[in-house]
Design a protein around this ligand. Structure first.
Ligand code: CMC
Length: 453
């Protein structure tokens, strides 16, 4: 089984030394010599990995707990087998279920991709019609949700509303806790994918004091989302086809990205078997952070702060001095140009033809130009990621900056759900529970208040 990922970055120091021994080469195993005891252990290699539990047998005495790996932030740990998304970070390749992202972005739609991600295969015509029909007919929210959303402070961040509102949905669908009922599980997945745009649009309209717009089932998934966000007094909202398609492609690009921070949150929370609404709420919370899905919002704020193309060198200097990060640059897995960023750059041109050129684009292009030839970024393999240009498109399309991470959360819902279901059905998975290296105080006796110095 091929591994997703990338080789460690150029800056990482080697932790293991190569030793030679006289065993014949060609065996799919690893021989480990414990220099504390002089004993040698043979550990099988499968899919380019060794089982962490195999190390537990390496002990200095029968009472010894055995060895563990120490891997803060899971930089070199495969925590699952997955058949959903393959990334080759060194080559800049991203495939969903084997299909290259470039082909899906050119030929497919977000809902078709969501079907593919969840089911493993592209739908035939009948399956596609049924799928689109079922998503389209679950877009409405219980009216109580409107009052729930209205109860937030007028300036609430839409991601804060989303985390809470999605978790609150679980209280409407009590049967959602039957996660091992395949039919019921699928119904909740359809509901979640269908209702995310409605929740997001309501959260936005509440934040700007506009009346909620109900879903229009005649429109496409993204067309209806634009309708719920932007419709004013017109009897029928008609999305601009270029912008509708651009948003759909952006949704395709964001649908899944294997074991990233929010997917890990979804899997970890899901592993204790709550309903999927609660687990998706955890995924949204993880996505909210500026190092993950919040980065597109931060890119826009950064470009505004830089103000003009001439100020770019000064900003790059601050980044190199460690005062700030270049938002929208760098990735744990991609050590090459993020293939999603390449596609987004093409979409940007199409969008700007309709909306007019975003004046911040010149600053972004200058940042990219300078960074790609500066040794600081080159030696660390820091390239533009998916968030570098997406914010510029969203802003030109009229989305307020705070909604940018929400535009990531909506399409990522299909990826989270596919990963969650895969985890639930994987007999090798259990409740997530890593180990720690305890580095705190040794046992000591309680000190009475008067005796503390
Ligand atoms: N600007 C400046 N320096 C950076 C950046 C950056 N954006 N990213 C990494 N570095 C440096 C970092 O300071 C470190 O340098 P040194 O070795 O001298 O200490 C080196 O590169 C390695 O960084 P790291 O933090 O160990 O890398 P990571 O793999 O843990 O972090 C990352 C990945 C995405 C969190 C990071 O690159 C970052 O903070 N980027 C900016 C935020 C961003 O754009 N996030 C969106 C990611 S793509 C969308 C998604 O999937 O969420």
């Amino acid at each position: 089984m091929p591994r997703s990922g990338s080789s460690p970055g150029a800056k990482e120091a080697p932790v293991a030394r190569v030793a030679t021994n006289d065993r014949p080469a060609g065996r799919e195993s690893l021989t480990i010599t414990d220099n504390r005891t002089g004993k040698a252990y043979e550990v099988p290699i499968e899919n380019g990995t060794i089982k962490a539990l195999a190390l537990r047998d390496i002990k200095v005495s029968p009472e010894d707990f055995g060895l563990m790996t120490y891997d803060p932030a899971f930089t070199n740990t495969a925590h699952c087998k997955s058949r959903i998304t393959m990334i080759d970070g060194d080559k800049g390749i991203l495939n969903y279920r084997g299909y290259p992202i470039e082909q899906l972005a050119e030929h497919s739609t977000y809902l078709e991709v969501a079907y593919l991600i969840l089911n493993g295969e592209l739908p035939d015509r009948r399956q596609q019609e049924e799928w689109v029909h079922s998503i389209t007919h679950h877009t409405f929210l219980h009216e109580t949700m409107k009052r729930f959303i209205e109860a937030f402070r007028y300036d609430a961040h839409p991601m804060g509303i989303m985390v809470s509102a999605v978790a609150a949905l679980s209280t409407f669908y009590k049967e959602a806790s039957n996660i091992f009922d395949p039919v019921g599980r699928r119904s909740q997945m359809v509901r979640l994918i269908a209702k995310m745009p409605t929740l997001a649009a309501f959260a936005y309209r509440a934040s700007v004091g506009l009346p909620f717009v109900y879903p229009d089932n005649d429109l496409s998934y993204t067309g209806n989302f634009l309708n719920m966000l932007f419709r004013m007094a017109e009897a029928k909202y008609r999305p601009n086809p270029v912008l509708e398609r651009a948003l759909d492609v952006l949704f395709i690009l964001h649908a899944d990205h294997e074991q990233n921070c929010s997917t890990l949150a979804m899997r970890a929370v899901g592993s204790s078997h709550p309903d999927p609404y609660s687990a998706v709420a955890a995924g949204i919370a993880a996505l909210y952070g500026p190092l993950h899905g919040g980065a597109n919002e931060m890119v826009l704020r950064m470009l505004k702060e830089i103000r003009s193309k001439d100020c770019v060198p000064e900003y790059i200097q601050r980044v190199k001095q460690g005062q700030t990060r270049l938002m929208g640059f760098g990735h744990r897995i991609y050590k090459n140009y993020d293939p999603r960023a390449r596609i987004i750059k093409q979409i940007a041109d199409q969008v700007f033809e309709v909306t007019g050129r975003n004046p911040l684009l010149d600053i972004a292009l200058e940042l990219e130009r300078i960074a790609l030839q500066d040794d600081y970024f080159v030696s660390r393999k820091l390239y533009p990621n998916v968030d570098f240009y997406s914010g510029l498109i969203y802003q030109s399309m009229g989305f307020p900056v705070e909604t940018f991470p929400v535009l990531f959360a909506i399409p990522r819902t299909s990826g989270w759900l596919a990963q969650w279901e895969e985890m639930l059905l994987d007999p090798e998975q259990k409740i997530a529970r890593p180990r720690q290296v305890y580095a705190g105080a040794p046992r000591r006796d309680y000190i009475q208040m008067d005796e503390r110095v």
